[in-house]
Design a protein around this ligand. Structure first.
Ligand code: AMP
Ligand code: MG
Length: 358
């Protein structure tokens, strides 16, 4: 760790201890963190985000030090203050995937504040893999409660600059700059609070088949967009740009866009296309090339996850009247990206009040 980062970490530590907020880098997206045991500090997260009080946060915890002799025991010690019971299945998931982009939902202990869980009897916990945040957690010794560091319903930040853009009226918000996020979308969330198989609450870069392959554990998943966190404030709208976002199917994009352009010839549209379809679409829509900006992307779920929020944020600044993006294939590998796109599209547009209902 260089001196600059060490000084920054000292500042972040003092800020957390003083009950103030710190934006923390993780491998998924940037989080807006507060001391999970300090009610006033946690309330500041809700105020700054404009997030409904019944929408719970994730508690971030430290990982055992490298070279630990009994990692399982270390994890149990770290989790003990927050949880009532940890099943064998949960412990297996932890030893395979933590620190990493997997959040687990447990029965909560009495110590966990209601404001962290939105009043529920369960608590969501994760150990993030980013070295700066791990070091902060180690120095702090407690849990840091954090949701993504964006205003409620909007696109999650994947860089320190994105966090700044989200909260322009809070120039004093301390942001621990850990560079661009490695995964780019929020963690996978599994409910391991009951006796049965883990339930998928939110798809992420760790998929059920990856879990099955490395642990033999089956994950129960409901299909499509029904995979929502068990909270009343979530609804379908989330991660949304101000510009209207449309998901299109390859077969009817040309006629859909010609329809738009014939009605309103002055529209400026951004059309994201799969790399291998790029020249095909340009040919089909050549009459409108003046108004349409094409952006070619690789058909790779990991890569798109990593770039997605950056792309949406940049296009949102581009004065377009609409952004078009192809519907990803309906396969498990694309579940996380498809989920984010559907929610982003549902909540998008200048007012969004037809979508964000909480
Ligand atoms: P964010 O990372 O901004 O999406 O915020 C934390 C996420 O964790 C939210 O989507 C919550 O719904 C989810 N979460 C937190 N606690 C729980 C819980 N007890 N049960 C289900 N989901 C939870
Ligand atoms: Mg969020």
């Amino acid at each position: 760790m260089d001196e600059l980062h060490s000084l920054l970490l000292d500042r972040a530590l003092n800020t957390i201890r003083a009950g103030q907020l710190v934006a923390i880098p993780t491998e998924t997206v940037y989080g807006l963190g507060a001391d999970a045991s300090n009610r006033d500090a946690v309330q500041k997260i809700y105020q700054l985000k404009g997030r409904p009080a019944n929408h719970p946060l994730i508690i971030h915890v430290q990982a055992p030090l490298a070279g630990s002799k009994d990692t399982e025991k270390d994890w149990l010690t770290v989790l003990d203050p927050w949880t009532r019971h940890i099943s064998e299945t949960a412990l297996t998931l932890i030893t395979h995937f933590w620190p990493g982009p997997l959040t687990l939902v447990f029965e909560k202990s009495k110590l966990v504040l209601d404001c962290v869980t939105g009043g529920q009897s369960t608590v969501a916990i994760r150990s993030p893999a980013h070295p700066l945040t791990q070091e902060l957690l180690r120095r702090f010794g407690g849990g840091i409660a954090a949701p993504s560091a964006n205003r409620y319903g909007r696109i999650s930040p994947t860089s320190a600059a994105d966090v700044e853009t989200e909260f322009p009226n809070n120039p004093n918000l301390l942001i621990l700059d850990g560079g661009p996020c490695e995964h780019g979308i929020e963690s996978t969330i599994l409910d391991v609070s009951g006796e049965g198989l883990p339930k998928l609450l939110r798809p992420g870069s760790i998929s059920p088949s990856m879990i099955k392959a490395s642990t033999g554990i089956d994950v129960v998943s409901s299909s499509g967009i029904a995979n929502q966190p068990r909270v009343s404030g979530t609804h379908l709208a989330h991660y949304a740009p101000h510009t209207a976002l449309y998901l299109y199917s390859e077969s009817d994009i040309a006629s859909q866009l010609s329809g738009f352009m014939n009605q309103e010839p002055k529209l400026r549209l951004a059309v994201i296309v799969w790399e291998h379809e790029h020249s095909h679409h340009q040919e089909e829509l050549k009459a409108y090339l003046q108004n349409i900006t094409f952006i070619a992307i690789a058909m790779d779920p990991g890569l798109l996850a990593k770039q997605l929020y950056r792309l949406l944020r940049d296009l949102d600044q581009g004065q377009y009247q609409g952004i078009f993006i192809p519907s990803p294939p309906k396969t498990e590998a694309w579940d996380a990206v498809r989920d984010r796109l559907q929610r982003a599209s549902f909540g998008s547009g200048p007012s969004s009040n037809n979508h964000v209902s909480s």
